[in-house]
Design a protein around this ligand. Structure first.
Ligand SMILES: *Cc1c(COP(=O)(O)O)cnc(C)c1O
Length: 394
C-alpha cells in the first residue's frame, strides 16, 4: 500500500484505534502496566507461543505502544515496526541484530554521533569492522564493499551537511548481494521519503524529532519486514529492554496527529527563511537539498518529496567572536541540540571545538545550522536580520 493523503489521514487518525475497548474515549489510554493476567493456563500457553502479538509483559508488547507500532509501520508501508526508548536505541538494536564477529559494515561518513560511537567503540570490541565512505558517489561508495560486508548503513540526508545517497541504486545493489541495508531517515520522516519502497531493508527514524514534535519525549523507530522485525524483537528488543514506555508512546501518538500540519508549516517557513538567507552578504554558502545550488539537487528532487526544517550555512566572518555574537544574540532561535520540535534552533559547529582551534580559512569552522520550528517566519527572519546587522560591530 502506498499511502496517499487519504491513507495518511486514516493511518494517523484511525488505524489501530478500537475505542469500544476503552470506554469509547477518543484519546487512547496509557496502559501503564508491567504485566497482563490470563484466565486459563491454555490462554497463557497460547500467548507464549506468539510473544510478538500477545499482551504478556510490557518489555515485549503493550497496547499503547502497539497502537503506535501499527501506525508507524503503515506510514512506511512496512510490514511491522518496533518502537524504542530513543533513536540511538533503535540504531543500536537494528545494527546489532544484523552483524556478528568477523563481519564488516559499510557506513556513510558522518552519520549521527552516537551511531559512530556504536560502530567505533562498541562493535569494535566484538570484532566487527566498519569502513566510512562518502555516499554521494554511489560507485565509489559501493567499491568499499568487502566479501564479509553484511550491513550497509545510510543516513540521507545527514544532519549537518545534508549529504544524500542514491537509495534505490544502493538498495538494489545490496539486495542482489544479500547485504542488509539500513537507513537513518530522521530528516525526511516517512511523509517525504519512503526508503522501504526504494529497496532499503531496515528504516530507522528518531521519533524524538518530528514525530514527537514538542521536545518533550525521546523515541526511536525501526520498520521493515515481519521477518526482520521478529528477528530484532526476539533478541535485541527483549534482551536489552530498550522498548519505549507507554507514557512516551502516548506522547508520540499525540505528536503524530499533527505531524502533516506541522511539517506543512515548517516547509512553508523554511522556504521564506531560505529566501532571506540567500540575500545576505554575510552568508557565504547555503546547504539545502532542494536548492538548485545543492550539488545533489537532481537526486534530492527525485527521492525526497520535500526538504524542510534544517538549513546549514557558512557565515562569512573572520573572527570566532563574530559567530559567538551572532548566536548569543538570537532572541527567537534558541541555542540547543536536537530539532523537530515547536521551537526554532541554532547551533554553530564551533561550539564543538576548542576556541584556539578556530581557523576562518576552514569553512566548516564557520558552519551554522538552523532548525525552523513553528514560529511565524517573519518573526524568525527579524531575529536573523538583527543578528546579521550586528556583525562587524566588534
Ligand atoms: C537525534 C538523532 C538521532 C538519535 O536519536 P535520539 O532519540 O536522540 O537517541 C539519530 N539520528 C539522527 C539523524 C538524529 O538527528
Amino acid at each position: 500500500m502506498k499511502p496517499n493523503n487519504e491513507d495518511l489521514s486514516y493511518i494517523i487518525n484511525h488505524l489501530g484505534e478500537d475505542h469500544a475497548s476503552y470506554f469509547n474515549a477518543i484519546a487512547p489510554p496509557i496502559v501503564q502496566t508491567s504485566n497482563f493476567r490470563f484466565e486459563t493456563v491454555e490462554d497463557m500457553r497460547t500467548a507464549f507461543k506468539d510473544e510478538m502479538s500477545s499482551y504478556i509483559y510490557s518489555r515485549g508488547v503493550n497496547p499503547t505502544v502497539d497502537m503506535l507500532r501499527k501506525k508507524l509501520a503503515a506510514l512506511d508501508s512496512a510490514e511491522d515496526a518496533l518502537v524504542f526508548n530513543s533513536g540511538a536505541a533503535a540504531v543500536f538494536a537494528g545494527v546489532l541484530a544484523n552483524v556478528q564477529s568477523g563481519d564488516h559494515i559499510l557506513s556513510v561518513h558522518h552519520p549521527y554521533s552516537w551511531t559512530v560511537h556504536t560502530f567505533d567503540q562498541i562493535l569494535k570490541r566484538f570484532g566487527v569492522t566498519v569502513t566510512y565512505a562518502d555516499g554521494t558517489d554511489t560507485d565509489k561508495f559501493l567499491s568499499h564493499v568487502q566479501s564479509n560486508t553484511k550491513l550497509i548503513f545510510l543516513e540521507s540526508p545527514n544532519s549537518w551537511f545534508l549529504d544524500i545517497q542514491d537509495l534505490e541504486a544502493i538498495g538494489s545493489f545490496a539486495k542482489k548481494k544479500g547485504i542488509v541495508t539500513m537507513i537513518d531517515n530522521t530528516y525526511c520522516t516517512p511523509l517525504y521519503q519512503r526508503p522501504y519502497e526504494l529497496c532499503i531493508d531496515l528504516v530507522m527514524q528518531t521519533a524524538t524529532k518530528y514525530i514527537g514534535g514538542h521536545s518533550d519525549t525521546l523515541g526511536g523507530v525501526l520498520t521493515g519486514s515481519k521477518q526482520m522485525m521478529e528477528k530484532i524483537f526476539k533478541s535485541e528488543y527483549l534482551a536489552i529492554g530498550s522498548g519505549i514506555q507507554p507514557m512516551n508512546a502516548w506522547l508520540l501518538l499525540r505528536g503524530l496527529r499533527t505531524l502533516p500540519a506541522r511539517l506543512d508549516r515548517i516547509d512553508h517557513s523554511t522556504k521564506k527563511v531560505l529566501a532571506f538567507l540567500k540575500e545576505q552578504h554575510k552568508v557565504e554558502r547555503i546547504i539545502f537539498p532542494h536548492d538548485p545550488s545543492f550539488p545533489q539537487y537532481e537526486l534530492a528532487k527525485k527521492q525526497m518529496k520535500k526538504a524542510f526544517g534544517l538549513i546549514s550555512f557558512y557565515i562569512k566572518v573572520q573572527k570566532l567572536e563574530e559567530i559567538e555574537q551572532f548566536c548569543n544574540g538570537m532572541k527567537t532561535f534558541r541555542m540547543a541540540v536536537s530539532w523537530g520540535g515547536h521551537e526554532s534552533l541554532i547551533i554553530p559547529k564551533c561550539a564543538g571545538m576548542e576556541r584556539a582551534a578556530f581557523n576562518p580559512q576552514e569553512p566548516v569552522h564557520r558552519l551554522i545550522r538552523l532548525y525552523i520550528g513553528l514560529e511565524d517566519a517573519d518573526f524568525l527572519i527579524q531575529d536573523l536580520a538583527d543578528g546579521f546587522n550586528g556583525i562587524g560591530s566588534l
